[in-house]
Ligand binder design. Structure first.
Ligand code: IVH
Length: 668
């Protein structure tokens, strides 16, 4: 037995451990230990600090939430004013910017960085000798509010920077924001408790940062990303690219998807391709930011009034428009939820035509006071379904008709019910054809069974013709059944049959997700599938044991138990099993898979496969995909437009491969 450590040494060790695991979890997105183990470290540290108060330090991870609510914020002065960027909306305006930069610098070539323009609240942080000492809002640019206590509650913001040679003082700037998923969950909680919902993630982030009680802020799912080192040159950082890499090395979330370009045409390409994929991220961006890479050149360019000459924002086209609500219809969802939908006079919004927008529920209709015939503003946000955000009251003519949700399901005529505490109305009928259609569409969708060719129109036909009354029936469809359908040729019938055949190969977690069990999204399905190897095992486990699995809470567990307990669902599962669909996890003999235990990081776009396909291929071969490069990474797969990950890989000497080599590895 070794000598017992002094409490002081143990506290120091625990803090280092917790700091390391915080970074892995919140910044790198690559946890190395279970939540349970982490909680034990934290509890041990808290106990030590309680017993020996003299051991407490300001950067202790137990002190993220500290102190009583504030009376108000103190004003602080920004040593270097926080400016804002000029906006542009087109490629030509970017070319003008390029010309101005080159002219002023009297050069022919300039390197630029292109970054995401995060749609949050800008903040400035100061670390002194590695410790977070101040966090402030932008305010009027010259003076802002000291929100240090609130910033400290954001888990991805390190209280102490990582690294050995830390600067005496470093000021960094970035954006505090709320991820879309966290925003949705927060709003759900608020609505349930009777509080008004936030309009968008930016307002939610701004509102949260201004709360006076840090305990309250801690419950808000805030995150932060940094994009600027204010005193970069002083710290020996010569370019924006280096500054972002340096921040990442110190354990900060910095400049995701940053690209470096040596011509404005490349910059424009990056902007446009990101614009197309702007909704892939779990947070809102409202454009891209283009900066002169060299800091020395930035200083030479200087600023005009309130914006720098070295950078510019490229704003994405607006995603909202004004149109008229021609009618309000009620849509029946997969779980029977009845949702009012505004039928719009079709309007073109950034790349597509909108003709429907959700109104969520009766409460939302009342809140907006939308009536049929009203002129409204519709918005295509991050969510898949566009929504009505406002009524233009000035354009209301006469006394338009109000809308009330019906008492019965519009598809099957059964009475709709309102569950206790829920705003939503639901159709409880097990044989409601509209619900069945939605469920089948979900079953066939990309992330679920991925049955090509089985879209909305065909689902409608199959249900209306009485050919399919549950998922299982899909697999007994014959060529004759299909050919007899209107608008169905022999070729399409064969294609559908082979797509159905291929879908039997989907792994168990996808099948589980496809079943459309309430509250079981794809993440929960994966968690369940890795804990329980089959639906039989899950049914045998019961709610209590189910709830013990990662990601699974009591509500989900109840829902799974009652789904698997229903006779009707058991029949469906039997049909699927008989058809050859995987109702069990493939047992993966450890070590036997080709890439067993290998860690991959994917960066940039691969020309020949989507990210999902690449991740799946690695996982099938027994490997793991993490989102950030560390010394334990085995391969970094680099596509076009790679980010800082490639740089980090080079620094750490991790093997970098392209798509071709990646495919060779997968093929074994
Ligand atoms: S650089 C001189 N980079 O956009 C200002 N700003 O008006 C330097 N923003 O106030 C800012 N993402 O809140 C920069 N990658 C990014 C950004 C970014 C979002 C915000 C920031 C700033 C506003 C520009």
């Amino acid at each position: 037995m070794g000598m017992k450590k002094s409490p002081e040494a143990r506290a120091g060790e625990l803090r280092r451990l917790i700091r390391h695991h915080d970074r892995q979890y919140y910044v790198e997105n690559d946890p190395e230990i279970a939540d349970f183990e982490y909680d034990q470290f934290l509890a041990e540290l808290a106990a030590l600090e309680k017993r020996y108060p003299e051991l407490m330090t300001p950067d202790s991870p137990t002190a993220r939430v500290s102190g009583a609510p504030l009376k108000g914020f103190t004003t602080v002065r920004h040593a270097v004013p926080m400016l804002s960027l000029d906006n542009t909306y087109s490629a030509d305006e970017l070319r003008d910017f390029d010309a101005r930069v080159k002219k002023q610098l009297a050069v022919d070539d300039v390197d630029y960085t292109v970054e995401l323009k995060l749609d949050g609240v800008s903040v400035s942080l100061i670390y002194a000798n590695g410790l977070l000492v101040r966090g402030a809002t932008r305010g009027d640019g010259g003076r802002g509010d000291d929100v240090t206590a609130n910033i400290r509650t954001i888990r991805s913001v390190p209280l102490e920077l990582a690294g050995v040679e830390l600067p005496e003082r470093i000021e960094i700037r970035g954006e505090v924001f709320m991820p879309r998923s966290g925003f949705a969950a927060l709003n759900e909680r608020r609505v349930r408790s009777g509080a008004p919902a936030f309009v968008n993630p930016r307002n939610a982030a701004a509102g949260s940062l201004k709360l006076l009680d840090p305990k309250e802020v801690e419950r808000r799912p805030l995150d932060a990303i940094f994009y600027q080192v204010v005193n970069a040159l002083e710290l020996g950082l010569a370019t924006q690219t280096e500054a972002v890499a340096a921040m990442a090395c110190m354990g900060l979330k910095a400049g995701p998807h940053i690209a470096r370009c040596n011509s404005m045409e490349d910059v424009i390409d990056v902007c446009l391709s990101r614009q197309e994929r702007r909704h892939e991220l779990d947070y809102d961006i409202d454009g891209m930011v283009v900066k002169v890479d060299s800091i020395e050149k930035q200083l030479r360019l200087g600023a005009t009034g309130k914006s720098p000459r070295w950078g510019i924002a490229y704003k994405f086209p607006a995603e909202s428009a004004t149109t008229v609500v021609e009618d309000i219809a009620v849509q029946v969802g997969r779980t029977g939820r009845l949702t009012p939908v505004a039928l719009l006079d079709p309007v073109f919004v950034s790349g597509s035509t909108l003709s429907r927008a959700t109104l969520h529920n009766q409460d939302e209709i009342d809140r907006l006071d939308v009536r049929i015939g009203d002129t409204v503003i519709v918005e295509k946000g991050g969510e898949v379904i566009p929504k009505v955000v406002k009524v233009v009251k000035a354009k209301r003519v006469g006394r338009p008709r109000r809308f009330r949700m019906p008492k019965r399901c519009p598809a099957c005529g059964e009475p709709a019910s309102r569950l206790d505490g829920e705003v939503d109305l639901r159709c409880d009928s097990a044989s409601c054809p509209a619900q069945l259609k939605r469920r089948l569409e979900h079953f066939a969708s990309r992330g679920a069974m991925d049955i090509e060719g089985l879209g909305k129109a065909l689902v409608d036909q199959l249900v209306d013709e009485g050919l399919v009354s549950d998922y299982g029936d899909l697999y007994s469809l014959t060529r004759d059944d299909l050919v007899a359908l209107e608008r169905m040729g022999e070729k399409s019938a064969d294609n559908l049959l082979s797509a159905l055949e291929r879908s039997k190969e989907r792994p168990f977690d996808r099948v589980l997700y496809a079943l459309g069990i309430r509250h079981v999204g794809s993440r929960v399905a994966s968690a369940l599938a890795s804990e329980f190897s089959s639906t039989t095992a899950m049914a045998a486990a019961g709610a209590l044991e189910l709830a013990a699995a990662d990601e699974v809470g009591p509500v989900i567990a109840e829902s799974v138990e009652s789904f698997l307990g229903a006779d009707r669902n058991r029949e469906i599962i039997e049909k699927l099993t008989a058809a050859g669909v995987r109702m069990e996890a493939r047992s993966r003999a450890p070590g036997s898979a080709k890439l067993s235990g290998k860690r991959f990081v994917l960066t940039g776009t691969l020309p020949g496969m989507t990210r999902t396909e690449a991740v799946e291929a690695v996982e099938t071969a027994g490997g793991r995909v993490s989102s950030s490069v560390s010394s334990r990474t085995d391969y970094v797969v680099v596509g076009s437009e790679p980010g800082t990950k490639e740089m980090k890989a080079r620094e750490l000497g991790v093997t970098i491969i392209g798509e071709e080599e990646f495919r060779r590895l997968l093929a074994g």
